[in-house]
Design a protein around this ligand. Structure first.
Ligand SMILES: Cc1cc2nc3c(=O)[nH]c(=O)nc-3n(C[C@H](O)[C@H](O)[C@H](O)COP(=O)(O)O)c2cc1C
Length: 159
């Protein structure tokens, strides 16, 4: 059996070698929207159209998530590093929406302009696992950019 400390170090190194797109996940907060950067966004199924995202239970967004609640998933474009950094914690929660251009969708949730895609979703299930929760969300509506130019995160930096 490998030393757990070695596994942890190796696992961290392995994940730094995994290139991922970056999304901003937005939920309805208590009076104001709450958003967070996430690379754990994954296409789950086409039938029904659904995504999953893993959210740390300590994140501000986590308290806004429950089945039936709306979330918006905003896939970032290459020129939106500043938005990723802000929603990754560089900017205080209540000031994050001043970074990037945000408009409201039909559900009243902020949607990022010039993102690669905006997905309007409803949460179907939340499954706790370790420090995180696995959130499954049904996609109700999609808006796409013209060009395919996603922001990619790998080895602690943006490509
Ligand atoms: C590129 C990037 C990807 C991230 N991916 C995730 C993720 O998938 N899940 C997660 O819980 N936190 C992720 N984080 C960390 C959260 O965005 C960060 O901890 C954020 O500050 C949490 O929100 P809060 O400050 O409102 O609690 C990521 C951060 C960055 C910069």
């Amino acid at each position: 059996m490998a030393d757990p400390a070695d596994v942890a170090t190796g696992f961290r190194g392995a994940m730094r070698r995994l290139a991922s797109g970056v999304a901003i996940i937005v939920g309805r907060g208590d009076g104001a929207p709450v958003g967070m950067a996430a690379t754990s966004i994954t296409s789950l199924t086409m039938d029904p159209p659904a995504v999953l995202v893993c959210v740390n239970q300590t994140a501000g967004l986590h308290a806004c998530l429950s089945p039936g609640c709306p979330i918006s998933v905003n896939l970032l474009s290459r020129h939106q590093r500043d938005v990723s950094a802000a929603f990754g914690g560089a900017v205080a929660r209540e000031e994050r929406f001043s970074v990037g251009q945000w408009t409201e969708d039909a559900q009243g949730l902020p949607m990022l302009e010039d993102a690669q895609a905006n997905l309007a979703c409803t949460i179907d299930s939340i499954t706790p696992y370790g420090s995180h929760s696995i959130v499954v969300a049904r996609v109700n509506a999609v808006r796409l950019s013209d060009a395919v130019e996603p922001l990619i995160y790998q080895d602690g930096a943006y490509l």
